[in-house]
Design a protein around this ligand. Structure first.
Ligand code: IMP
Ligand code: MG
Length: 188
């Protein structure tokens, strides 16, 4: 697959993302009504969203991160999920808002919800920039969603394909034939 040229098509522009993040922030502020929140970004994909979102949230908050990852190597189908809580502050009795880049099957959010529930926060909610239509495999849904997108593999604005493309300022879809080729080459 070539760099950001021929094989990726823009799905959401920088301007659309900015507006979507603004809408997310409005909903989150309206929901918490000034209560202090611990915003927990799910690394690595949420990095860009986290940075943009906290700067438009006009409310008391602190920031934590957790690492969850399920894609290993150049593939577009998830492998086993690993969660690293080493960088997480104490969240007992805190209002926790998980922030992730995308809700796809929902297994990541489901596993994170279980992990956080055990830490006894005062409340637990979740926000994602993107939700893929018709892909959910768990009953749980994110509480705040920026955009519904079609079932395509997307990159940019923090989202990666094999650790590439996170730095694109927009969100783009990778062409299916390129994914098939790359997955085949990776033996997926
Ligand atoms: P889920 O567990 O299937 O909901 O997947 C959530 C995680 O998979 C996200 O946090 C992303 O890291 C990754 N993911 C799912 N779909 C995509 C995609 O289209 N592009 C890049 N990463 C994705
Ligand atoms: Mg992720």
């Amino acid at each position: 697959m070539k760099d950001t040229g021929d094989h990726v098509k823009q799905l959401l522009s920088e301007q659309q993302i900015r507006e979507g993040v603004g809408r997310l922030a409005d909903e989150i502020q309206a929901y918490y009504q000034g209560r202090p929140v611990t915003v927990v970004g799910v690394l690595t994909g949420s990095l860009v969203l986290l940075a943009d979102l906290i700067r438009v949230l006009d409310m008391p908050l602190r920031v934590g991160v957790i690492q969850a990852h399920s894609y290993h190597g150049p593939v577009t189908t998830p492998g086993p999920l690993s969660i690293n809580t080493d960088l997480l502050p104490d969240v007992t009795d805190c209002h926790v808002l998980l922030v992730d880049d995308i809700f796809d099957t929902g297994h990541t959010l489901h596993a994170l919800t279980e992990r956080f529930t055990a830490l006894k926060p005062a409340s637990l909610r979740s926000a994602v920039l993107l939700r893929k239509s018709g892909r959910g495999e768990v009953s749980l849904q994110p509480d705040f969603v920026g955009f519904e997108i079609p079932n395509e593999f997307v990159v940019g604005y923090g989202l990666d394909y094999h650790d590439q493309y996170r730095n694109l300022p927009h969100v783009a879809a990778i062409e299916p034939e390129d994914i098939a080729e790359a997955d085949k080459a990776a033996g997926a």
